[in-house]
Structures are given as structure tokens and as C-alpha cells.
Design a protein around this ligand. Structure first.
Ligand code: PLP
Length: 360
């Protein structure tokens, strides 16, 4: 309790209104196809415990997670009339748990289909259309489609597949996968088609099938670079100033002294580090924002501390305990990710647990 009341080293703001708006936008864009929400990895780090009820209240009736343990954890939050599906399928021995809890496995191999068959419960079936990840190949899918016992025993809620290049709209592989998915779908007439992730949603109606599986765009990040998609930002992150100091020219900063002050420099120490999911690859790269100025990161990002050059601000402008923007309107998540040499997905899912979380 006291730990929750004391000033936290950082503040993570999660705008549930914006999240719900983003889901509604997807639902509108893809209608009459259904908009499922991908809430794996604790809803991309934002907290499935808050995200799932918000989306359920808005009318979302299909949720995807990566694995059975995640599914069991959020099962009580998912309405009884909604589908909760496990993208990675079940490890051997997981079947009774899924069946008991009313969790829908995605059957990704013939072996998984055979293990699920005795439970005679709904499932989704995945075909691999060109990613060499999960799913049956075409010949396996055709054999299963023609297996009368399997078809009679296991109601298929959807046929699914996943796009390898959805975030690159110009790649020819997208249309190739779509054509293979259509061929697979012809083997399972009447079974709902579920193909598009966030990037796929933006590839257009041909990719929407009967249900889309949107993750990233719900959380306010861009699936594809430079497309200016108007999803509302959901995540804000601020870190507190630990202290400020002015150093003389030539002073080395941080582990390895990888940065030396070129002249007298005002530094601010921030209470965020790689243990908080702030990538160490931002050492000497990128910036934070405070009071109208971008403050470059200098030296190495360490476990609990990051140092910025605050010379752009007047003396005393930043003081101990002030919050500076790490992710927000001036430090967009895509830009932070790019500076760090990664993608927004990784920044989100690595968000740490030492922040105070404020849900709006
Ligand atoms: C993670 C995932 C999604 C969601 O992808 P986004 O790009 O975040 O929308 C959809 N389908 C599968 C199979 C996934 O693994």
C-alpha cells in the first residue's frame, strides 16, 4: 500500500478511452467482418486486466492470446458469449484445461488437431500460407478437410492464417498469401475466414475475411511506417528527474564514460533504465522531452538511470521530482523504437513494472 502511495520513479499512462476508440475504428472499417482483439503478452504490456474488460464493455466478442496460461489468466474477464482463442495452440497435456475453461485452441498442426478431436469442442484451424510458422500445409489441410470424423467432431469457428509482410503494403507476398488463403478456405466452405492483423486491416477489404485480429493498432501504434493512420495514442510514459548537475568540459558520463561533455553541460539524471524496458540500445541516441525542448540522451543507459543533456533548458528549469516525457506527443513510440533499432511492438511489450500505472 505504501509502495503505491509514494512518488513512483515513472508514470505510465494508459488511455482506455483511446484504446476503445481505436477498436471501434477497426470494427467500423472492417464491418461486416468482426473485429477481434489480440491481447497476448498482457495486452502488449498495457495490462490485460484493464484492457479486456474495456474492450468487452465496448462490444468486442473475440480475444486472442498467445498461449494457454495467458488464456486461463484472463478467462474470468472474457464474457461467456465471447471467444477466447490461443494462437500458439496447446502443448500436449493442455487440452483438458482448455476444454474445461471453454478456451478455443488454434490447431496449428495435424498432431494438435488429433489431440483435440476427442474433446469434440470448438477450435480454429490455422493454415500456413507463406510464413513457415504455424499452421498446416495445403496437403495436410486438404486431408483434414476430407476427414469426416474430424469435421463432424470438431466445430471450426474459423480458418486462420497470418501475413508475413502486412506492414509492407507493397510486397507482392501479401497477395500471394491471400490467394493461398482463398484456396485453403475453399476446402472449408462455410467456415469463417480470419486472416488480417493490424497491417492486414490496412491492406483493404479483400484481406478482412469474416474476422480480423488486431493488436498493435488498438494500442495506438502504427503497423506500417509513414502511413499516417489516425489511431489515437494510448500510451504515455514519463520518468522523474533524480537530480541535475553541471559538469565541466571533458567530463565523462556514465558507465564506460562513453560520452564526454564538449563544454560546460547541464545534465539531468532520469529514473528510468533498461530494467524498465527503456532499451540500452538508446545509449547515446534518441531524446526525451521536457518544457518545450528535446533533451538528448548522453552516455549509456544503465539499469535504473538514464542521463540527458538538459543544457537547452535554463538553469533550475528542471528540478528533482519533475516528470519528463519518454513516450508521448513529442516522443512518439515509433520514433523511440526506430532510434532503439527495434519496433513499437517490442517497446510496448517490454514496458516495465516499476512505473505507477494510471488508467484514464
Ligand atoms: C500478434 C498476432 C496478431 C496481431 O498482430 P498486430 O500486428 O499486433 O495486429 C495477429 N495474428 C497473429 C497470429 C499474431 O501472432
Amino acid at each position: 500500500m505504501l509502495a503505491q502511495m509514494a512518488p513512483a520513479p515513472g508514470v505510465l499512462t494508459i488511455d482506455l478511452d483511446a484504446l476503445v476508440d481505436n477498436w471501434r475504428r477497426v470494427a467500423r472499417d472492417v464491418a461486416p467482418a468482426q473485429a477481434a482483439a489480440v491481447v497476448k503478452a498482457d495486452a502488449y504490456g498495457l495490462g490485460a486486466g484493464r484492457v479486456v474488460p474495456a474492450l468487452a464493455a465496448a462490444g468486442c466478442r473475440a480475444f486472442f492470446v498467445a498461449n494457454l496460461v495467458e488464456a486461463l489468466a484472463i478467462r474470468p474477464l472474457v464474457p461467456d458469449d465471447a471467444v477466447l482463442a490461443v494462437l500458439n495452440g496447446l502443448h500436449p497435456g493442455g487440452e483438458p484445461f482448455a476444454a474445461e475453461a471453454g478456451i478455443t485452441p488454434v490447431l496449428n498442426s495435424v498432431a494438435q488437431a488429433r489431440r483435440w478431436q476427442p474433446f469434440a469442442r470448438p477450435a480454429m484451424l490455422q493454415v500456413d500460407t507463406g510464413m513457415a510458422r504455424h499452421g498446416l500445409d495445403m496437403a495436410e489441410a486438404a486431408a483434414l478437410a476430407g476427414d469426416a470424423d474430424f469435421r463432424a467432431g470438431v466445430p471450426l469457428l474459423a480458418l486462420i492464417s497470418h501475413l508475413a509482410c502486412a506492414d509492407e503494403p507493397d510486397r507482392a507476398e501479401n497477395a500471394d498469401q491471400l490467394a493461398r488463403f482463398a484456396a485453403a478456405s475453399a476446402l472449408f466452405p462455410g467456415v469463417a475466414r480470419c486472416f488480417a492483423n493490424s497491417g492486414g486491416v490496412q491492406l483493404g477489404a479483400a484481406y478482412h475475411g469474416d474476422m480480423v485480429r488486431a493488436g498493435l493498432c488498438l494500442y495506438g501504434a502504427e503497423p506500417a511506417d509513414g502511413r499516417g493512420v489516425p489511431f489515437r495514442p494510448v500510451v504515455g510514459l514519463a520518468a522523474r528527474v533524480l537530480q541535475t548537475r553541471t559538469v565541466a568540459a571533458g567530463t565523462g558520463v556514465g558507465y564506460g564514460q562513453t560520452w564526454q561533455a564538449p563544454g560546460e553541460t547541464r545534465l539531468a539524471l532520469l529514473s528510468i533504465g533498461y530494467a524498465d524496458g527503456f532499451p540500452r540500445s538508446l545509449s547515446g541516441r534518441g531524446a526525451v522531452w521536457a518544457q518545450g525542448a528535446l533533451l538528448p540522451i548522453v552516455g549509456r543507459v544503465s539499469m535504473d538511470v538514464t542521463v540527458v543533456d538538459a543544457s537547452a533548458l535554463s538553469e533550475g528549469a528542471l528540478t528533482e521530482g519533475d516528470l519528463v516525457e519518454i513516450i508521448g506527443p513529442h516522443c512518439q513510440i515509433e520514433d523511440v523504437a526506430q532510434e532503439a533499432g527495434t519496433i513499437a511492438y517490442e517497446i510496448l511489450t517490454q514496458l516495465g513494472h516499476r512505473y505507477e500505472r494510471r488508467y484514464l
